[in-house]
Design a protein around this ligand. Sequence first.
Ligand SMILES: [Zn+2]
Ligand SMILES: [Zn+2]
Length: 221
Amino acid sequence: MSYNRIIILLLTTTLLTYCSNPARPAKKRIIALQSIGHYDQQQLQFIRKELQQFFKTPIFILKETGMPASFINMSKGERYSADSIIKWLAHTAPDSISQVVGFTHKDIFTTRRENGHIKEPESTYAVWGIFGQGYMPGRSCVVSDHRLQTSDNKRFKHRLRTVVIHEIGHNMGLPHCPSKNCIMSDANERIQTVDNSADDYCKGCKERLYLNANALPLQLN
Ligand SMILES: [Zn+2]
Ligand SMILES: [Zn+2]
């Protein structure tokens, strides 16, 4: 091999190495948990432990805050607007936090829409009770355990963990997944099927997360 060829080969190798390892400032993903109103602290510690193990990232607990009174809707009993909560959380969370997850024991709702209109029948979907909500992508999501209650504690914890990881997935840019063996399955929005949910993102969703993380650029562990 000629001297010139060696130089070219070295240059190519260097460029390839550089391109495949772009010098991005690796920002550590920091997730914070926010109790909204009185919240069971033992339950919050359980969630913290689960998320720490799952995401392998620091999980902080923010100081408890009250539920803004204006978020209430009384048309079907006491429910609070998940959309208002999400926007408020994103606005009030410290800048150092990548993502904030709000927790409430109160019932929460969203308005289901189709083609820009409230889904029919409007009486059902205008104030639609949900377990949790997170925009895709987004900096905040909210989870309510109001509709997850069961006397079976193990089942309750599984439901709670599933909904939290599902909503964080939406925030990290994951849509609903067609695989039934994935925590991002849309079946996780119905209590009948949430009990049978997978515990993890499927391979396809993990690949997507990796690409999203590189584009954002946030470091995924
Ligand atoms: Zn979902
Ligand atoms: Zn999936």
